[in-house]
Design a protein around this ligand. Structure first.
Ligand SMILES: [Zn+2]
Length: 444
């Protein structure tokens, strides 16, 4: 392995099995130390929900504020994706009086409670919402139904901040507009899927997860999210980075057990991204040598297709599956539809093999726009099955209950079953992938 003093390359092998079976890992990119001690890998990892009830499978879904029968409980839609057979169409800014005319398979709307607020962007950067968003807001508030929806949301947000929600009742349209700017021009968005529960579910714990979508639906979910990512960069010239992630189930940070992704614009690249960019300027092939090649050498390649490769990650705080794009392009929206489909298929397969009861975070990593270094788009799926505690805080060493080889041995048979059953797209699995070393083509 090529090393220089400036590259975050470990001084010891990234993966070592000790004499008693303890596995020590060091993340080749970040240096994060992770240990797995023997005998803990077989603990049950499924999350048991607090309360399970029977559902009427014939009744329309109304389990949470993201359900499609409660379209007016979210901020006004920025866009929706509708389906007619195999034709998928984006409808931008559906009018409040037309919300029920079509069924959205996926919806894009602003997060009512932003991580980075509109006030932050305005105060720190002098951000103003785009003319398009302002036009959308004016049209929405001009409709009595739209104004009622916005008023109820402003009331909910003021109540959550311990304010007096009654103050909203006497607000003029201008005041309502001032209090609802973030709904239309904010920079923290949500993409929610149509289903809350799987089709025909009879119990409230049968949540429709990423893995329960069809490969076609999942492709549309990813492509629609890529489009939303690009829109955030387009509409906020101060956005240096857009973080895209999915929290699944409460232990992974989800407020609703209803499938959704989030997009948050921030005004700097994360420090870890800057470190990787600096390392890439010295070793351009970093993601092959420290990523795919390390996985291949340890027998941790799970699946591949023409456009992507999925491996078990080394040195993550939680058991992690990593999907690397093999595209020449760095930015997600510069990937061809076929390339997006390739990544989506492997991500979908990893979700399906994980199963709907395992809390997990899906984290997208992509090069910030406007940077002159190539970097592959990659997605990490982390199983949130343990809680770092005092030992981790005191030592900086994370105890991960499943080592990479055990994770491979759990996931690989599931992938084979799912492929045989036609539940995931066709792809190469394990040894069928051949030699994937050096197969990331970013920047070439
Ligand atoms: Zn729901």
């Amino acid at each position: 392995m090529t090393t220089t003093p400036d590259v975050p390359s470990p001084p010891v092998p990234p993966l070592r099995r000790m004499a008693d079976g303890t596995v020590k890992q060091i993340n080749p990119f970040t240096g994060t130390e992770v240990w797995t001690v023997p005998g803990r890998a077989n603990r049950p990892i499924d999350h048991a929900p607090d309360h399970v009830a029977a559902v009427d499978p014939d009744a329309a879904e109304a389990h949470c504020a993201f359900c499609v029968t409660r379209l007016r409980e979210t901020t006004p839609e920025k866009a929706r994706l509708v389906r007619d057979g195999s034709t998928w169409t984006v409808l931008d800014e559906v009018a409040p009086d037309h919300l029920d005319r079509t069924t959205p398979e996926f919806r894009l709307f602003g997060n009512l409670f932003e991580i980075v607020s509109m006030d932050y962007w305005k105060a720190v950067h002098g951000y103003r919402m785009s003319d398009r968003a302002a036009t959308h807001q004016r049209a929405y508030l001009a409709s009595p139904a739209g104004a009622d929806q916005v008023r109820a949301l402003v009331r909910a947000r003021i109540a959550a901040a311990q304010g007096d929600p009654a103050a909203v009742d006497s607000m003029t349209t201008d005041e309502l507009a001032a209090h609802s700017e973030s709904f239309f021009g904010g920079c923290h968005d949500v993409v929610a899927a149509r289903r809350h529960l799987t089709d025909g579910a009879t119990r409230t714990d049968r949540h429709a997860s990423s893995g329960s979508l069809t490969p076609d639906e999942h492709e549309q979910f990813v492509a629609f999210t890529v489009r939303a990512m690009r829109c955030l960069y387009r509409d906020n010239p101060h956005a240096r980075y857009v973080s895209v992630f999915q929290n699944w189930l409460k232990p992974a940070g989800a407020s609703f057990a209803h499938l959704h992704k989030q997009l948050v614009a921030i005004d700097q690249a994360p420090a870890k991204t800057d470190r990787e960019l600096a390392a890439l300027s010295i070793v351009p092939d970093l993601y092959n040598t420290l990523g795919v090649d390390v996985a291949a050498a340890e027998g941790l390649v799970l699946a591949a297709n023409e456009h992507a490769v999925a491996v078990v990650g080394v040195g993550h705080r939680y058991p992690a599956l990593v999907i690397y794009s093999r595209s020449v392009a760095s930015l997600p929206w510069e990937h061809s539809p076929e390339e997006v489909r390739g990544i989506s298929d492997l991500l979908h397969a990893c979700h399906a093999a994980t199963g709907p009861l395992v809390p997990c975070n899906e984290e997208w990593h992509a090069r910030p726009p406007g940077v002159g270094v190539a970097m592959p788009w990659r997605i990490v799926l982390k199983w949130r099955i343990s809680n770092p505690a005092g030992f981790e805080g005191a030592t900086g060493i994370f105890v991960n209950t499943i080592d990479p080889w055990s994770l491979r041995d759990r996931v690989a048979p599931r992938l084979a079953e799912l492929r045989d059953a036609g539940r995931i797209a066709d792809m190469m699995l394990g040894a069928e992938c051949g030699d994937v070393r050096g197969s990331l083509r970013y920047g070439r």
